[in-house]
Design a protein. Structure first.
Lengths: 111, 120
């Protein structure tokens, strides 16, 4: 069981908007530790999508955005495209574990 | 082109050892580095971190005392020495470049991974 909780799956039609939540606790997200998001296609290198809650590295389309509030963070994807179909992970730090922690991952299906 | 290439994966017996390597195309000495793994059908799991000069290492509880992260900046290479392997260590192992000081670090460059299978 992951310290950061994500939905197992989300789906949307091309062009739609989807959000993926990442729920933590007082020892990680609520404590103020930054949340980062990655996109992963099995068999390939994971890709950084969002750093420090809402910063997009260069080269990441502005269709991807991040936010954080309280014990949760969210990744929003607008204008869904077939190429967005992948697994998405949130990552932060947990002070109780003194470890980097990942969410369990969310599989995005583009219908 | 900025890239990381992992090698050294393969099959090992329970209780056995393996050493993974990660070669960098950029100047490794300027960056902290991580190992992250993904077991079959599971999500990403952080394994270990080492600071740019090798003076500080952190390991996940699940591997503490069995795995050791190290680096040779003169060879631009990161390592993960794994011992006392169990079936739960079967996974794809990724090396990744670290940005920002701990504990808020994140990983901005990843390799494609190397597969470790622990089986008798």
């Amino acid at each position: 069981q992951s310290v950061l909780t994500q939905p197992l799956s989300v789906s949307g039609a091309p062009g739609q908007r989807v959000t993926i939540s990442c729920t933590g606790s007082s020892s990680n997200i609520e404590a103020g530790y930054a949340v980062h998001w990655y996109q992963h296609l099995p068999g390939t290198a994971p890709k950084l999508l969002i750093s420090n809650n809402n910063n997009r590295p260069s080269g990441v389309p502005d269709r991807f955005s991040g936010s954080k509030s309280g014990t949760s963070a969210s990744l929003a994807i607008t204008g869904l495209q077939a190429e967005d179909e992948a697994d998405y992970y949130c990552q932060s730090y947990d002070s109780a574990l003194s470890d980097v922690v990942f969410g369990g991952g969310t599989k995005l299906t583009v219908l | 082109q900025v890239q990381l290439v992992e090698t050294g994966g393969g099959e090992a017996q329970p209780g056995g050892s393996l050493r993974l390597s990660c070669a960098a195309s950029f100047n490794l000495k300027n960056f902290g580095m991580h190992w992250v793994r993904q077991a079959p059908g599971k999500g990403l799991e952080w394994v270990a971190f080492i600071e740019h000069d090798g003076n500080v290492q952190n390991h996940a509880e699940s591997v503490k005392g069995r795995f050791t992260i190290s680096r040779d900046n003169s060879k631009n290479t990161l390592y993960l020495q794994m011992s006392s392997l169990t079936g739960e260590d079967t996974a794809v192992y990724y090396c990744a470049r670290s940005r920002q000081p701990p504990p808020t670090y994140y990983m901005d460059v990843w390799g494609k991974g190397t597969t470790v299978t622990v089986s008798s």
